[in-house]
Design a protein around this ligand. Structure first.
Ligand code: C3B
Length: 829
């Protein structure tokens, strides 16, 4: 550094008090400063929400210090970086997670106590960041936490939606959707970076120009929108590393002059510019079908284009030889939503950096990898060629060119097998000619990962069979995982303390394999006693929450039986409800002496239905209708309750999971690519009632079949069962409970008719009828186990003990090593 620069830096440092301090007095001072100067309330009078705001800002200051240091360090070391592209990140709340990862949770609690506030109460003030739909989006959030904790030089890239996932409101048992304008109260967890912005182009035409004797393509856009960065620091646990999640917001671009000829003209021109912001305004609420919508396409390209520009700028800051690009950049596509990054990188390299097609293609083939989360071909994204050609004309040409070479390669490989060629082509012919985004991804990525072992089998033998035959080496799997920081340390402090006490260390927070050590103590009466106590306190907390949300009183002595996840036919919430009707019917017809043997249950269901998913909405209504009957039946009393928890989201999950005894993961085998909810329950010592699907198959390997309640057809049996036009194995009980719904026992018989039709006769695609009998058996086994509390508690401890393999640290470690080729880069403390 120059002498002048050094002198300046020294003077700056002398003006600073060093880094922020975390003793209670310093924290109190910082919090009060934020009350006064950031929140602009008097430090002598502020409420819980204002206190939350001030605390968050003081935490944010601490995040920023580490985030600066981390980036300065990454810049100095210039390692290969991972860029994680996802259209959705379901982050939930940030305050508790941040103070825990920063290691200042207790200091904050003390400081707040001295100011007369309770940390927990303030943490509750925070709204959820719901920038995603379900499992796929929450997985991205868990992986960001692991990337930071494991010191990987990684960036997340996505979109900053003004409206997150809708809020679910239940009126008369029906779901209604309310917009989630989550930025209304400000968001202390993001840093707006107005100077980090890029122009993103849309529409227009492609022109050919002469260049040094050759031709080159120039895209003349019809619209330009500015992408502005919003940075969200992601702190690692037990490390100074704090990485960045950069989300883009759309703003009108300044690059176009407006010329207007009158006031009205001028006003209209400004209003039109303003429309640019709609690109990042709203998250699509369907978690799997979004075909052919222009806005969705623009969202995808918008975030991809800005991110690619950002990455290339960063690369050029340190190097100028694109041959070295693959040594510095790994680009991970979360499902096919960001797959336009592939033609975009081609376009930038060829049209703007003037590399040859071959050079550019070589680079592209080295940097991209993707993960697919889908099990059925119908779930794969397609974009109509007309739409793509109008919004992104140059990209369409590039995709056609990629496909042309690919088809030539295929012909060499398979000969003129037209059937195969047309199935594998990136371009789908037909009534609506479309681009198959999955095919594009597989052709260009060096690695395609599934999300569980059985998921990879399904990809190899069904969904991408042809591709697997061509490129077996491309296909892998990394079993999903979840972060124990959020799903145990933040959400279940009681159990967390108990685990550390019995293991004699809290090192498991960074190394989940250590949980296996609990196996040695699973039979210990003292641990069992303490374990039960902690779980009971969590159940009481959940019971209070249920009371607050629904006005229903439930007893913590009952078994809490929970199914929380998006509502989908394949996830079979309907099977659960029919099982509840069966239980109700049994209790009603019981002799008094038998009633005493019944294990009281509180059945809890929660989840959102996509606004346009009719069957899912009917399932929600049925749940309410059945609950209405059961909960108000004085014959039943406390033996059975059915609760629907409205507006299920990340923070609700944090409360419900630790308080559950039994949780259901009952998808038709072969339909849940992985499932991650089950892993969160497992960690928290909740027993699973499940089908052998997705990651559950691997959970069985860890904890053993007799530590859970397994039922239903297996993956390989499902196709055969479907072939039989008529399911002869349908149990009598199934017909009986279905009849109750059809006959209007719970009202609304016309409304529920189509729901009943969908599972009766040959139409029972998800095999509810087939699996019903074994489902009831599994439920009976759970009842039996619950009566023996000693056995149950042991199973519970063994569940937690066996959950280590399902930490996202493990998943991310495998990705880093096997797919991305990145190494940790740990910022010194
Ligand atoms: C989900 C799958 O349904 C889950 O099985 C899986 O655990 C997660 O992804 C994470 O891999 N998924 C989703 O949430 N949205 C989709 N569009 C497709 C899959």
């Amino acid at each position: 550094e120059s002498g002048e620069g050094k002198a300046k830096a020294e003077r700056m440092f002398s003006l600073m008090d060093g880094f922020l301090k975390n003793d209670p007095i310093s924290l109190q001072k910082d919090i009060l400063d934020h009350v006064e100067y950031t929140v602009a309330r008097s430090r002598f009078s502020f409420d819980d929400f204002e206190a939350y705001q001030a605390v968050s800002h003081s935490v944010r200051d601490r995040l920023i210090e580490r985030w600066h240091d981390t980036h300065a360090y990454f810049k100095r070391k210039d390692p290969k970086r991972l860029y994680f592209f996802s259209l959705e990140f379901l982050m939930g709340r940030s305050l508790s997670n941040s103070v825990i990862n920063l290691g200042v949770r207790d200091q904050y609690a003390d400081a707040l106590n001295q100011l007369g506030f309770e940390f927990e109460v303030l943490a509750e003030q925070e709204g959820d960041a719901a920038q995603g739909n379900g499992g796929l989006a929450r997985l991205s959030a868990c992986q960001m936490d692991s990337l930071a904790t494991m010191d990987f030089p990684a960036w997340g890239y996505g979109l900053r939606y003004q409206y997150g996932l809708f809020r679910q409101v239940i009126l008369d048992g029906f779901q209604h959707e309310q917009p989630d304008y989550w930025l209304n109260f400000g968001n202390p967890w993001e840093i707006e970076r107005i100077h980090v912005s890029y122009a993103v182009k849309f529409y227009g035409t492609v022109e050919e120009q002469d260049l040094n004797g050759g031709k080159r393509k120039v895209w003349v856009p019809g619209e330009m929108v500015e992408a502005v960065a919003y940075d969200n620091p992601i702190p690692g646990y037990g490390t100074r590393n704090t990485i960045n999640l950069r989300l883009w917001a759309a703003k009108p671009s300044d690059l176009y002059d407006m010329e207007s000829y009158g006031t009205g003209d001028y006003i209209n021109a400004v209003i039109n510019r303003q429309k640019a912001e709609t690109i990042s305004s709203v998250l699509y609420p369907d978690d799997r079908s979004y075909q052919g919508k222009e806005l969705r396409l623009k969202q995808q390209y918008f975030f991809v284009s800005a991110s690619v520009q950002d990455i290339i700028r960063r690369f050029k800051d340190s190097l100028n030889d694109f041959n070295q690009f693959p040594e510095k950049v790994a680009l991970q596509l979360n499902d096919t939503h960001p797959s336009l990054a592939i033609p975009e990188v081609m376009r930038v390299l060829v049209d703007e950096e003037f590399l040859s097609w071959k050079q550019a293609w070589d680079i592209v083939c080295k940097i991209f990898s993707c993960t697919t989360h889908t099990v059925v071909p119908e779930g794969l994204e397609k974009i109509p060629v007309d739409l793509l050609g109008s919004v992104l004309p140059r990209h369409l040409q590039i995709i056609f060119d990629i496909n042309f070479s690919f088809m030539e390669e295929l012909k060499k490989h398979f000969g003129l097998d037209f059937n195969r060629l047309s199935q594998m082509s990136i371009v789908e012919e037909g009534a609506v000619k479309s681009i198959r985004m999955a095919n594009l991804s597989i052709v260009c990525c060096h690695t395609v990962n599934g999300v569980s072992r059985v998921h990879l089998d399904i990809l190899k033998t069904k969904v991408f069979k042809d591709f697997y035959e061509l490129w077996p080496q491309k296909f892998h799997y990394k079993t999903n995982g979840v972060t124990q920081r959020r799903w145990l340390v933040v959400s279940n402090p009681g159990l967390c303390g108990l685990i550390s006490k019995w293991l004699g260390t809290d090192a498991w927070i960074r190394d989940m394999d250590l949980l296996m050590g609990l196996r040695d103590h699973a039979g210990d009466a003292e641990l069992q006693q303490e374990w039960k106590m902690v779980r009971r306190i969590n159940k009481i907390r959940l019971a209070e929450f249920i009371d607050a949300m629904t006005g229903m009183m439930v007893s913590p002595d009952a078994m809490f039986d929970v199914q929380i996840k998006r509502i989908h036919e394949y996830k079979r919430q309907l099977l659960n409800i029919l099982g509840i009707i069966y239980r109700y019917d049994c209790i009603k017809n019981m002799k008094e002496s038998d009633r005493r043997k019944v294990v009281p249950r509180v059945c809890i269901i929660g989840g959102k239905a996509a606004p346009g998913y009719d069957m899912a909405k009917k399932i929600i209504k049925l749940c309410h209708a059945v609950g209405e009957t059961i909960n108000n039946d004085s014959d039943i009393d406390d033996l059975l309750k059915l609760v629907f928890i409205p507006d299920f989201n990340v923070s609700v999950a944090e409360l419900v999971i630790p308080g559950s005894d039994l949780s259901q993961h009952i998808s038709t085998a072969g339909h849940e690519a992985s499932g991650t909810g089950s892993m969160k329950f497992l960690m928290n010592g909740c027993l699973l009632l499940a089908t052998a699907d997705g990651a559950t198959i691997e959970i069985i390997e860890e904890i053993g079949e007799d530590n859970m309640f397994l039922f239903g057809a297996k993956v390989h049996e499902v196709p055969k069962l479907r072939e039989k036009a008529e399911n002869h194995r349908v149990a009598l009980q199934f017909a009986r409970v279905l009849r109750m719904v059809r006959d209007g026992y719970f009202g609304y018989e016309d409304y529920f008719k189509s729901l009943c039709d969908s599972i009766e006769g040959g139409g029972d695609f998800y095999l509810l009828g087939n699996d019903f009998a074994s489902y009831l058996e599994a439920q009976a086994a759970a009842d039996k186990a619950f009566v023996d509390q000693e056995r149950w508690t042991k199973m519970s401890i063994l569940s937690t003990a066996g959950s280590g393999r399902f930490s996202s640290d493990k998943t991310v470690g495998e990705y880093a090593h096997q797919t991305w080729g990145i190494e940790p880069c740990r910022c010194p403390f």
